[in-house]
Design a protein around this ligand. Structure first.
Ligand SMILES: [Zn+2]
Ligand SMILES: [Zn+2]
Length: 305
């Protein structure tokens, strides 16, 4: 079953008790669409990490996991979210350069162009993003040349990508949103970001990959939606010692996230990039709710919040 705003609101009223007015609230203008909730595990139900903040006809993508363009096309088709039509995908904010978050980058640069996008893709990310994009351009230069000059009726501009290595602080602004990057702790990476989106009606924070970070709490601070990575704290105890050491340094357990959310106080906490190790969504939610009283959902691909 796919998540949805309606589903999460119903869920909230059941889970938390307080009666809600009979007329449903108007849906927010700013929506969070989960294009991929997965991890490096090749789960056919979960594409690689990618989230879209959608404001009107504009989409702001966070990360480019494998499957991103097809999931965007699916959201455009099945949920009529036209901002996610492939030819409209124009900008992406990369949290860090782990492959599960970037393997979809050549897809995002090239496929929308082949499907008609004439604007280059803007790519924002940590140090090394520009180098990665430059190397991808080289890697696909034969394809680009044949599409430009081999008789395909292609546009001559949309294959390019404008990459920007950015630091913490405001990295982007337009009439819909202001986007700020903040540093999070992700093991030995010297630069990994979360992102904070401020739109007219909502503040949305994406944790990226992180061990417990006070920066996430400060960025959210009663935000509307906090999308946070998580692993099963219960199953963690059954993992081999070297993997426990790794995950403790790089990621956030259910117990730790309960504490973070209690202090960050989001209106809605959305779990993504879930590492289950045999648990399921209900088990993750049970572990979170043991220590956290706010509204929480465990996202599936194409959930809309
Ligand atoms: Zn990851
Ligand atoms: Zn990572």
């Amino acid at each position: 079953m796919r998540g949805s705003l309606v589903g999460s609101m119903l869920f909230a009223s059941v889970a938390l008790g307080p009666a809600r007015p009979s007329a449903p609230p108007a849906p927010p203008a700013t929506r969070v669409v989960m294009l991929g909730t997965g991890t490096p595990n090749a789960d056919p139900e979960r594409s690689g990490p990618a989230v879209a903040v959608v404001v009107g006809d504009a989409a702001y993508l966070i990360d480019a996991g494998p499957g991103i363009v097809r999931r965007a096309a699916q959201a455009a088709r099945d949920d009529s979210i036209h901002a996610l039509e492939p030819a409209r995908l124009r900008r992406v904010f990369i949290t860090h350069l782990h492959s599960d978050h970037t393997v979809g980058l050549p897809d995002l640069i090239l496929s929308p162009w082949v499907l008609g996008r004439s604007d280059p893709l803007d790519v924002f990310g940590p140090r090394g993003t520009k180098r990665m994009v430059d190397l991808l351009e080289q890697a696909y230069s034969e394809d680009v040349q044949i599409r430009l000059h081999g008789g395909e009726p292609s546009n001559k501009t949309g294959y390019a990508a404008n990459a920007h290595d950015v630091g913490a602080g405001i990295v982007y602004r337009d009439s819909n949103v202001t986007v700020a990057a903040f540093n999070v702790a992700h093991g030995k990476w010297d630069q990994a970001f979360g992102y904070r989106f401020v739109a007219r009606d909502r503040v949305v924070v994406i944790s990226g990959d992180t061990s417990p970070s006070d920066a996430v709490i400060a960025a959210c601070n009663r935000c509307d939606v906090l999308v946070h990575e998580v692993y099963s704290g219960e199953r963690f105890r059954t993992r081999p010692a070297e993997w426990r050491e790794y995950h403790a340094a790089y990621h956030t357990s259910t117990e730790q996230l309960a504490d973070i959310a209690t202090r960050a106080r989001p209106k809605l906490l959305v779990l993504y990039h879930q590492l289950y190790w045999g648990d399921d969504d209900a088990a993750l939610l049970r572990q979170i709710r043991a220590k956290y009283r706010g509204t929480v959902v465990s996202a599936k691909d194409l959930g809309v919040y």
